[in-house]
Every structure is written in C-alpha cells, then in structure tokens.
Design a binder for this molecule. Structure first.
Ligand code: NAI
Length: 386
C-alpha cells in the first residue's frame, strides 16, 4: 500500500494521519516542532485507546494501527518512499512554498504532493515546485476522522491522472470527494460565508439579537448550530481570518466584507468557546439561543440568510467552481447543512429567491445583495436545478 507522508502534526495533520493509518497505510508524520510531534503521539495513542474502550475496535487493532505511525522529527528525507504527501502546516503562503521547494529535493519521482490549505491558492503553492503537475489540493474538514467530506482541488498545472489517483486513495479511506476549482474558499468556505456574514449583518443592524438569530436558524432552518454559536465554536481568530482572506482574494467583492463586530471580538481576545468568551459568555450567564415568539421575525431571519446562501451556491455553479451535485454534497457533508442549498432553491421556488434578493437590493443598493445571473436566467425560463 502507498506510504503516506503528513507534514504538520497539528489538529489537521494528526487527524489525517489517523484516517490514513486506520485505512491500512504506513504513515510518516513530520513536524518541525518537537513538542507538537510529542502532542500528536499522545493524541493518537489516546484516541485509539478510547476507540478500543468504546468497542469501536479491538485493542489489538488499535495497537496495529498505532504501529503504522512513524514519527519524524528532523529528517524530511524519511518521507522519500511515500507515494502521497499531504501538507498541513501553518496557513502561510511563503512558508508553504518554502516547504514544497524543500520537499521536491527529497521525495520519490512519482510522489503526489497535496496541500490541505483552506484558503490559499493551490496554483501558487504548486508553482514552488519544478514539477507542479504533481501538486494538488486535498482539503479535509475538522475533525478529519469524523467529517466525511474531502474537497479535491486541481491547480491549473495539475496532471489529470494525479487527480484521479489522489481521489481514488482518499475514497478508499471511506471519504466522499468533491472536485472544486482553485478559487478562494473552494466550495464550502466560499458558499458558507453568508451563514456568518448575513447573520452578523442582521445583528449589527439591530433587527434581532444573537440568541434570536441562532434560535431561528436552528428551529426554523433546521441547522445544527446557529451562526453565532458556530463562530464561537470555530474561534473568531480562525473564522475572521478566513473571511478576511476570502474578501481580499475576491478583489474586495463587497459580498464577502468582514464585520466590525467580529473584528472587535478578535481584538479583545474574545475568541469564542476556547477563550471562555465570544458572542456568548461561557463562564457565567451563558445566553443560549433563545426562543422568540415573533414567528414572522424568525421566518424573516431564516429566509434572509437562506436566500443569501442559495445565491452564493448558485453563483458557484455559475462560475463553474463545482457541479450542483458536488456543491449540495459539500454543504451537507462538510458543514452538516440540513439540506443541499440548490435542492432547497428548487423547493422555495427560483422566482421567490430572485424576488427576495431583489427586494433586499432595492432597500440597500449594495452589491452584496446582487442576484446571481444564473438564478435570474433560470427564473426567466422557469428552470429548476434538479
Ligand atoms: P495547527 O496550528 O494545529 O498545526 C500546524 C502544525 O504545523 C504545527 O504543529 C506546527 O508546528 C507545524 N508547522 C508549522 N510550520 C511548519 C513547517 N515549516 N514544517 C513542518 N511543520 C510545521 O494547524 P491546523 O489547524 O492543523 O491547520 C493546518 C492546515 O490545515 C492549515 O493550512 C489550515 O488552513 C488547514 N485546515 C485547517 C482546518 C481547521 O479547522 N483547523 C480545516 C481544514 C484545513
């Protein structure tokens, strides 16, 4: 079986290593920081022991899986026999490019090189290699062992065969793959922006408080978590940075404009659950999503965020970021949306969505509410997605 190299033993690298070793591969896990590697060893051992205790696998299976790990502290050339190397280091373009430049000196000629970047250009990372055709994006979701979805992102230089081979390996790990064009945020991190952005907008305008918005999205919309709970859970440093990166990467398209409320939380160090305080206070007086008797208000909140999500998904189809099927699959498996957004669009009626977006545009005259040309064209000829 192909030997797998993982570079970066943080949250993502450790999770991906667990997935690969469980699927039967020898895994070479490298980190430049000895403490991080030590933490990964402890995490992997504890996780496998816990799975054995819970009866998800036998103790001997857990030991067998653990023996497949090779923890590499200093020598990058220990990864020379790997058929696939997945990079999951810090989200910094120059550092990633430096690593890929270094890697090409030590790896096998037929080794595939993947980056797990969330928001950087795969094409730009690939350009650091003499053979950029062997580089692609393989984007796992957190926690990697639990999340079914993996986005596969060919760079413009990537050889089609490499995409097929990488996809086959990842599918053999019991993951569902979708193909995304190398554009900012790929599928999930692009299409999900309005879930946060429009919720923040509704809050900042004073239309409703966070507890009501969260409640509406859960109760009316059927989402597992409300936008503010989810941002607190992800961490505002992470969530805000992704928004800002995507905003810049889209040449400052107002649709992706970050929010001052969230920026202030980051500046204050109110990073969310991990720091005890974000939008909610986790130390005392936790205000949970709260029922609101104003059914019209709750319906309006859900509709407004819903149409913005659908518009973003439709625009991703329009710009050929991915197929409609892959977009719906990505949002249900990558961020647990209750339903595919384009399926939802059909149910709500394309006409209704266009009208709701146009009504918002009419009020604000802001580009963020512009309706995707695809929806407009579809409404004209009464077409549906499915
Ligand atoms: P992390 O901070 O938990 O881990 C990064 C690890 O890389 C650290 O252990 C660090 O010591 C190591 N590292 C940094 N520079 C290195 C270098 N030059 N050589 C070797 N090791 C180096 O980060 P996390 O969250 O695991 O993210 C890793 C990558 O995965 C990033 O590109 C991130 O955007 C992406 N990602 C993160 C997700 C998340 O929810 N955390 C989800 C999907 C992708």
């Amino acid at each position: 079986m192909t030997k797998i190299g993982i570079i970066g033993a943080g949250a993502m690298g450790t999770g991906i290593a667990q997935v690969a070793a469980t699927a039967g591969h020898e895994v070479y896990l490298y980190d430049a920081n000895a403490d991080a590697l030590q933490r990964a060893i402890t995490t992997l051992r504890n996780t496998l022991d816990m799975l054995a205790q819970k009866g998800k696998m036998t103790e001997s299976a857990a030991d067998t899986i653990f023996r497949r790990f090779h923890f590499v502290e200093k020598k990058l050339d220990s990864l020379r026999d790997c058929g696939l190397i997945i990079e999951a280091i810090i989200e910094n373009l120059d550092v990633k490019k430096g690593l890929f430049d270094q890697l090409q000196e030590v790896i096998a000629p037929d080794c595939m090189l993947a980056t797990n970047t969330s928001s950087l250009s795969v094409t730009s990372i690939a350009s650091a290699c003499r053979e950029p055709q062997r580089v692609l994006g393989i984007h796992f979701f957190n926690p990697a062992p639990l999340m079914k979805l993996v986005e596969i992102i060919p760079a413009i230089q990537t050889n089609g065969k490499i995409v097929e081979q990488a996809q086959a390996i990842i599918q053999s790990w019991n993951k569902t793959t979708v193909i995304a064009k190398d554009t900012p945020g790929f599928i999930v991190n692009r299409v999900a922006r309005p879930f946060y952005g429009e919720a923040l907008r509704i809050y900042e305008e004073g239309i409703a408080d966070i507890a009501t918005i969260d409640w509406a999205m859960k109760e009316v919309g059927g989402f597992k978590m409300g936008p503010f709970e989810l941002m607190d859970f992800i961490g505002h440093d992470v969530n805000y940075t992704v928004t800002e990166t995507i905003f810049q990467a889209f040449f400052y398209d107002p649709r992706y404009k970050p929010s001052f409320s969230q920026k202030r939380l980051v500046e204050a160090g109110y990073l969310g659950k991990k720091s005890g305080r974000g939008f909610y206070d986790y130390n005392e007086n936790v205000i949970k999503p709260r029922p609101n008797e104003d059914a019209v208000l709750c319906e309006t909140i859900f509709e407004r965020i819903g149409v913005m999500l659908i518009n973003e998904a439709a625009d991703a189809v329009f710009w050929k970021v991915a197929t409609k099927e892959d977009i719906d699959l990505a949002m249900t498996l990558g961020v647990n949306y209750p339903k595919g957004l384009l399926k939802w669009a059909d149910e709500w009626g394309i006409d209704t969505i266009v009208k709701t977006l146009d009504d918002l545009y009419h009020v604000y005259h802001e580009d963020r509410y512009r309706c995707s040309p695809l929806l407009r064209k579809m409404a004209k000829v009464k077409e549906t997605f499915y």
